[in-house]
Ligand binder design. Structure first.
Ligand code: HBI
Ligand code: FE
Length: 302
């Protein structure tokens, strides 16, 4: 099969980083070799810096299953993890493995990996000049943010089920709707715990600024998760979210997605307008309404 390199992650990136430098040949499923031996000490030190900063912040802020996952995978061993060692540990726990990819890969390839319990992770680490913000998923976001929760059997099943649903969504032409579900759960989800709200979304967990913003700022809306509502809601990729959705448990999230017949839902959504990033409705179960002060200040300073 002819392999095309995705244009979204070619060697024309503005930071000059060539994601293919560790492996010239892509394997058809967009995986590459991690090239662990090729990381320099500065790159390992960058991981350690980010790791220490996040783990200190995440005590009492991350979902306990995430913190436990960090422990059982021994991600606190220093340096960028070796995907082979990590996959061995994860495989024994929930049957998942980690494969290296050069950055964003096409949806069908991404979903196919998830449906087969392989998590695609960027192999490069963000440059020192972009420690706090980058749009492309790097090894810190992917491994630190996503992999610990794959040790949770229910969450592990949810991720697989998302991959299977993604392949079906492509056939229905409903990628955008399904991407919103991923965004507001796997990337930016909050969960209700007896002790208070906790973070489980990887986009938050791997971000120093957004962890505090998502939990402690009075700017964003926090709403109870509702599948249909989430799938109608636009999201931002360029700044902190204006709305977060809060689940009751991973079991509840998995159940809601398994019990839903997506075909009629997609048909229905195709004929409906999407909701703006900060919309609030009478029918929403509002946990805390946002002032949206943060985004107003951003706009004023632009
Ligand atoms: N590729 N490497 C990588 N990581 C992602 O999170 C990712 C992707 N390709 C497509 C994609 N995400 C999204 O479109 C969705 O899930 C919706
Ligand atoms: Fe991610």
């Amino acid at each position: 099969m002819e392999t095309t390199i995705p244009s979204i992650s070619g060697s024309t990136r503005s930071d000059g980083h060539d994601p293919y430098c560790r492996d010239a040949g892509s394997n058809g499923d967009f995986t590459i070799i991690q090239g662990w031996e090729n990381y320099c000490s500065e790159e390992h030190a960058r991981w350690d810096y980010l790791f220490d900063r996040q783990t200190n912040l995440l005590i009492n802020r991350a979902d306990p299953a995430f913190l436990q996952g960090l422990d059982i995978l021994r991600l606190n061993e220093r340096g960028i993890p070796n995907f082979e060692t990590l996959s061995d540990r994860l495989m024994k726990l929930t049957g998942w493995s980690v494969v290296a990819v050069p950055g964003l890969i096409p949806e069908h390839a991404f979903f196919d990996h998830l449906a087969n319990r392989r998590f695609p992770s960027g192999n490069f680490i963000r440059p020192a000049s972009q420690l706090d913000y980058l749009q492309e998923p790097d090894v810190f976001h992917d491994i630190f943010g996503h992999v610990p929760l794959l040790t949770d059997p229910i969450f592990a099943d949810y991720m697989q089920s998302y991959g299977e649903g993604g392949l079906r969504a492509i056939e229905f032409g409903a990628l955008e709707e399904l991407a919103r579900l991923y965004w507001y759960t796997v990337e930016f989800g909050l969960i209700r715990r007896p002790e208070g709200l906790r973070v489980y979304g990887a986009g938050i967990l791997s971000s120093f600024g957004e962890t505090q913003f998502a939990l402690e700022s009075n700017s964003p809306n926090r709403l109870s998760f509702n599948l249909r509502r989430v799938m109608r809601t636009q999201y931002r990729i360029d700044d902190f979210q204006q709305t977060y959705f809060v689940i009751d448990s991973f079991g509840d999230l998995l159940r809601q997605t398994l019990e839903t017949d997506f075909a009629p839902l997609y048909t229905d959504l195709a004929g409906s307008d999407s909701y703006s990033v900060d919309a609030l409705f009478q029918s929403d179960d509002v946990i805390s309404p946002g002032t949206q002060e943060y985004v107003r200040n951003e706009a004023a300073n632009a």
